[in-house]
Design a protein around this ligand. Structure first.
Ligand SMILES: Nc1ncnc2c1ncn2[C@@H]1O[C@H](COP(=O)(O)OP(=O)(O)OP(=O)(O)O)[C@@H](O)[C@H]1O
Ligand SMILES: [Mg+2]
Length: 267
């Protein structure tokens, strides 16, 4: 456990954190004044937020605003032009290639379009992070992949040998989630986990995300257009518009906000 004393720095009680988790709860992900441009497309300006252990930050905003880009910066697939991203207090942009791989082991990523490897079976897709990050005996790989599939209500017996092309959209999403959680990361990043699914399958995925938050006590960042999914899974919401965060706070403040832009998103 973290033994740091209870602190009341002004920055720990600023209102934009909404009703914060106890201020002595460790900050797992912190963005400090991120700025990123692709050529003359200035995507992110002065983006700052903190996600404490066990919290779930939802990032919302229009298409092309930079939501997936923020996830890529957290994964250090992209490096910002200015600003820092800290994972467990460590500025990941300063790390060597090997050190980055170590930090990435703490993270599981569920990609926008499932992004399964088409030529690999469901089993090999789910086992991929285990093979990438750990040296485990094959029996344990099988066991862990089976457990991860069970968490998304699938089994190795039924689905393990199938190829992604032989799955429905919702099943692909679930396999993508199983792959994201198989190495039991402390941080889970989801990009549009419910987009493109029928409402019922979307509900199943939302319940699953909530269950993972409760059972694995992960810290998560969820990018989504799905208002219900956001309101049900987030402890905090960040809304992006024109490269900046225009709202940051808990869902109950978000639904009360009278910013017309937020109203439009909610309605
Ligand atoms: N590798 C890249 N090179 C150049 N431009 C990029 C790159 N990746 C993203 N962009 C641009 O950056 C902007 C933000 O992209 P991003 O994928 O983060 O948007 P998004 O908010 O996730 O959108 P969506 O909701 O449609 O997924 C877009 O204008 C996009 O075209
Ligand atoms: Mg995106």
């Amino acid at each position: 456990m973290d033994e740091r004393p209870f602190t009341t720095h002004a920055e720990d009680v600023q209102p934009r954190l909404g009703r914060p988790t106890a201020v002595d709860t460790p900050v797992v992900i912190e963005a400090r004044n991120l700025d990123l441009a692709f050529a003359d497309n200035h995507v992110l300006r002065d983006i700052s937020f903190r996600v404490r252990e066990g919290e779930s930050l939802a990032i919302v905003g229009p298409s092309g605003v930079g939501k997936s880009t923020i996830l890529k910066i957290i994964l250090r697939l992209l490096v910002p032009n200015a600003g820092q991203i800290l994972i467990d207090g460590e500025d990941i942009n300063q790390l060597s290639f090997e050190e980055v791989l170590e930090v990435r082991q703490k993270m599981g990523m569920v990609f926008q379009a499932s992004a399964l490897f088409d030529s690999l079976s469901v089993f090999e897709n789910v086992a991929f992070p285990l093979r990438e990050h750990m040296r485990l005996p094959e029996s344990e790989v099988v066991q862990r992949a089976g457990n991860a599939l069970n968490l998304v209500d699938m089994t190795l017996e039924e689905f393990g040998d199938r190829l992604p092309a032989e799955l429905s959209g919702g099943q692909k999403k679930r396999v993508g989630i199983a792959r994201g959680i198989v190495h039991e990361p402390k941080i889970l990043l989801y990009d549009e986990p419910t987009t493109g699914l029928d409402p019922l399958t979307g509900r199943t995925i939302v319940r699953l995300i909530k269950r993972l938050q409760a059972e694995l006590e992960v810290t998560s960042v969820v990018v989504s257009h799905d208002v219900r999914a956001v309101l049900e899974t987030a402890t905090h919401i960040a809304m992006l518009r024109d490269s900046r965060i225009i709202f940051y706070g808990p869902p109950e403040e978000f639904v009360e906000a009278d910013d017309p832009y937020i109203r439009e998103f909610i309605d």
